[in-house]
Design a binder for this molecule. Structure first.
Ligand SMILES: *[C@@H]1O[C@H](CO)[C@@H](O)[C@H](O)[C@H]1NC(C)=O
Length: 538
């Protein structure tokens, strides 16, 4: 195994042990997993209650104390598998799925060895040759990518289900919980249907991967804005870059119904994230981010190795498969059956589903109208929406010496004009050029942001990142009734990023000083406010 440094950064967070360069399970664990693999007649594991005893034994063999699990974990497993699940489903789970999960676990050490072998040989297709892809901690302020097979992700999530990850040093290193003990414990402590339905999604995922092993890949990337010139980093906009930008605004499409994850064309689908990737997915959370993690559970694997995001960071995941259908939101969230994901795959075997996690300001209140916080939010969205392959074109955007838009557009839009073709910007970049943004009320639900402000900020960021379009799902929000009209008006007047930025800055300054109380859309174009608009346009 060549990638010693990759492995050593993550080894203490993995349950397997490493001796003389080989990875393996302790022999007691192998014995127990082999018994589980033979089925309940052999292992006697045929109920949630006994399953928890098996989990405790496995943890003991890995020198993990069961005291460090959440208090009601045993009751949670028992409640779910012995009371809430029908006997027929439980028979299938203990008779077929659990033995197959044990097989995933048994094969984990070999999967990891193979992973590091192929991570050594992979040269990233399309751009950025020589990029490392091995499983490792993707630390804060280090741009980088981890490419995992869906099969390996299945084995890692099986470890979470069996609570086999060492958990003691995670918090101190800004990593979230990764075992499923909290998920089950909170089902018992505070029973509610949404929690039961979150678990149903994950159980469904395990059933699917145990009936047929998924064959694709998923990549997890930490994107970082940096003032350093480096191919993997995205140039950090300077303080006045936004007001000076002459980048054209991209197409803005408003949808008053529908959901981001159902958008059919290629787009970066925004995850309204917590700075801890996944938020409350493995605890009690059940809003936009957590729901995405339940229906595309492979996202959870990123929680293993992606510490907390800083303001200048975003996380992009390409290839996570969707397994479940659902209805509802928060307390009304319900699993409602299998979902067959028909997205095609790219040259690296990843489904063309791109999820971008950006964390908005939490409870910003009036703070969100202060200049520094506008800059924080627009830079965060820009980090998420940008394509590191276009770093050089972004550098151009932030320069002052562009006298005409024509000149700028020529330089930005034509790949030939890029002086750094060695980066691989070329055929792949033109495909990437088709990828827009699918988003909505980012940071406006539980986080309490102003949706009008957030819509405009995301539009500015998408445009500056040279995305061709942004699709905005309003979820029928009242405040955004005129969003379509206002954005069309702005577009028809040929405003660029700088023009719109200066307007939102002026509005925010007035709002901060309480010189205005109305929302941005109404402030900008009072004649288009909803009442008047209805009169003009019945
Ligand atoms: C997944 O990635 C590996 C490189 O790590 C590659 O060898 C393999 O072919 C990819 N799988 C698919 C289905 O393309």
């Amino acid at each position: 195994m060549e990638n010693r440094s990759d492995l050593s950064s993550i080894l203490s967070y993995l349950p397997v042990v490493c001796r003389s360069s080989a990875l393996f399970w302790p022999s007691k664990v192998v014995e127990a997993l082999k018994a589980l693999n033979k089925g309940p007649d052999h292992s006697k594991v045929d109920s949630g209650q006994i399953l928890f005893l098996a989990i405790s034994d496995l943890r003991h063999s890995l020198s993990l104390s069961s005291d460090s699990l959440s208090f009601s974990t045993a009751d949670g497993y028992s409640l779910f598998f012995d009371d809430l699940m029908s006997r027929a489903e439980a028979n299938k789970w203990f008779g077929e799925v659990l033995p197959a999960l044990a097989d995933y676990l048994l094969r984990l050490p070999v999967m990891l060895e193979d992973h590091y072998k192929s991570a050594d040989s992979v040269s990233f297709v399309g751009a950025r040759d020589g990029l490392k892809t091995g499983l490792r901690l993707l630390k804060s302020q280090e741009a980088g990518l981890v490419l995992l097979s869906q099969e390996l992700i299945g084995a890692l999530l099986a470890c979470s289900f069996f609570c086999l990850f060492p958990d003691d040093s995670r918090g101190a290193n800004h990593l979230q919980v990764i075992n499923f003990d909290h998920l089950f414990a909170s089902l018992y402590d505070n029973y509610n249907e949404k929690q039961e339905n979150k678990i149903k999604c994950l159980i469904h995922y395990f059933e699917r991967i145990c009936s047929s092993i998924p064959v694709g890949n998923v990549s997890f990337e930490r994107k970082v804005l940096s003032v350093d010139q480096n191919v993997n980093y995205i140039p950090h906009p300077e303080a006045d870059s936004w007001s000076k930008s002459v980048a054209p605004l991209c197409l803005f499409e408003v949808c008053s119904s529908g959901l981001i994850e159902d958008y059919s064309k290629e787009a970066l689908e925004v995850d309204f994230a917590n700075k801890y990737f996944g938020g409350g997915a493995l605890t009690r959370g059940c809003v936009q981010e957590e729901i995405r993690f339940m229906i595309n559970p492979e996202l959870i694997a990123g929680m293993l190795f992606l510490p907390c995001m800083a303001d200048n960071e975003a996380i992009e995941v390409v290839g996570a498969e969707r397994f479940s259908q659902y209805t509802g939101y928060a307390s009304s969230f319900r699993f409602c059956g299998d979902f067959v994901d028909k997205k095609d795959t790219d040259s690296m075997g990843r489904r063309k589903t791109r999820i971008i996690a950006i964390d908005a300001l939490v409870n910003p209140g009036k703070r969100q109208y202060r200049h520094e916080f506008l800059v924080r939010e627009v830079n965060k969205a820009f980090c998420g929406f940008s394509d590191p392959c276009k770093s050089n074109r972004y550098q151009l955007l932030f320069k002052d010496d562009y006298s005409s838009k024509a000149e700028l557009n020529h330089d930005l839009r034509s790949p030939e004009s890029n002086s750094d073709n060695f980066l691989g910007i070329g055929p792949s970049a033109s495909l990437e050029d088709e990828v827009g943004i699918a988003t909505g009320n980012w940071g406006c639900g539980a986080f309490g942001g102003d949706p009008e402000l957030k819509a405009i900020i995301q539009w500015l960021a998408a445009s500056q990142a040279l995305r061709p379009f942004m699709v905005y799902y309003t979820f029928g929000l009242e405040a955004l009734q005129t969003l379509d009209k206002v954005t069309k008006w702005i577009t028809s007047h040929g405003w660029n990023v700088g023009d719109l930025w200066n307007m939102i800055v002026e509005y925010s300054s007035q709002r901060s000083k309480q010189e205005t109380q109305v929302g941005f859309l109404n402030w900008l174009l009072p004649s288009l406010s909803s009442d008047d608009a209805m009169i003009l346009d019945p």
